[in-house]
Design a protein around this ligand. Structure first.
Ligand SMILES: Nc1ncnc2c1ncn2[C@@H]1O[C@H](COP(=O)(O)OP(=O)(O)OP(=O)(O)O)[C@@H](O)[C@H]1O
Ligand SMILES: O=c1ccn([C@@H]2O[C@H](COP(=O)(O)O)[C@@H](O)[C@H]2O)c(=O)[nH]1
Ligand SMILES: [Mg+2]
Length: 234
């Protein structure tokens, strides 16, 4: 077994059903904050696309530097990179339910995810928040994020308006969008979020990794190098 296989610990039983919820919203809308609460109450694994990229950006590689620069400018990293990182994290986790925070960012992200992963989200949680409130929050966040500065924030808002809104419209048309008012205090927002998760239909359309087609299995193997998806084991 190659070194790259180390990430996956083999704890996911064969054929285990996976549940995916996308959590989207503008920069600073409170996605990470609500995801922590959902994790505590409902046992999901939280995968923040931005955190995965920040981690990758630390690596002293050409790709790491490229990601760092794009994030600094508030621009989007290629779908291939982010989908690969998400898959790797899903396969390594051993859990069967995931919050994917801050993804998909645009239609091309969504199509890449559908082509490669092809696990329909149970639903898409949209945290709706005014721009003034989001900006205020980001400027007070103090987490040392390189992109929490006035110039990059402006670019991130533009990307959200221009690129992410079409994704939101897509899921709205599909009846998958669950919208909450994120302008209130975190615990108040969570009251609505909690009700949405409590209603989640446990009989929803789930697929197993093993059900993905041979091309996808090959892609997963190639990209993640960590999984024989035929039976869900190393
Ligand atoms: N409902 C809320 N009311 C007030 N402050 C909040 C609320 N939710 C989150 N915050 C604060 O706002 C900041 C941004 O929140 P958070 O990091 O959860 O947003 P985010 O949507 O994940 O942002 P980003 O897209 O930049 O990653 C944090 O400092 C957080 O503590
Ligand atoms: O799917 C994604 C998610 C994120 N990015 C880049 O990361 C930053 C920060 O994302 P947060 O969700 O705010 O943590 C974002 O501005 C993009 O540069 C991405 O490219 N693709
Ligand atoms: Mg966040």
């Amino acid at each position: 077994m190659a070194d790259a296989n180390k990430g996956y610990d083999g704890s996911m039983p064969p054929g285990k059903k996976l549940k995916i919820v996308f959590v989207i919203g503008g920069p600073g809308s409170g996605k990470g904050t609500q995801c922590s609460k959902i994790v505590n109450q409902f046992g999901f694994t939280h995968l923040s696309a931005g955190d995965l990229l920040r981690q990758e950006a630390k690596s002293n590689t050409e790709q790491g530097t490229m990601i760092k620069n794009l994030m600094h400018e508030g621009k989007l990293v290629s779908s291939e990179i982010i989908v690969r990182l998400l898959l790797k994290a899903i396969l390594a986790s051993g859990n069967d339910k995931f919050l994917i925070d801050g993804f998909p960012r645009h239609e091309e992200n969504r199509r890449a995810y559908e082509k490669i992963v092809n696990i329909d989200p149970e639903f898409v949680l949209l945290i709706d928040c005014s721009r003034e409130e989001m900006e205020r929050r980001i400027l007070h966040r103090n987490q040392g994020r390189d992109d929490d500065n006035v110039d990059t924030i402006r670019r991130r808002f533009e990307v959200f308006q221009e690129s992410t809104l079409p994704v939101i419209q897509h899921y709205e048309k599909m009846g998958k969008l669950r919208r909450v008012d994120g302008n209130r205090q975190p615990d108040m927002v969570f009251e609505d979020v909690k009700a949405i998760f409590a209603q989640m239909n446990t009989q929803g359309r789930n697929v197993t990794i093993a059900q993905t087609n041979p091309f996808k299995r090959w892609f997963l193997h190639l990209c993640c190098g960590c999984f024989d998806v035929q039976d869900g084991r190393n």
